[in-house]
Write a protein that binds this ligand. Sequence first.
Ligand SMILES: [Zn+2]
Length: 42
Amino acid sequence: MPQPYGRCQHCGERLYAHIEGGYQCLNCDSRYTETDLEDQAA
Ligand SMILES: [Zn+2]
């Protein structure tokens, strides 16, 4: 089962699902795609 959220690569804060798809960090406003998080989890 894949992890729904990952960690921000900039500040380490938890990521939240973005309304337009992918994920976002609410702390530094970085955006990540699902593919980015899959690569990071491996
Ligand atoms: Zn961040």
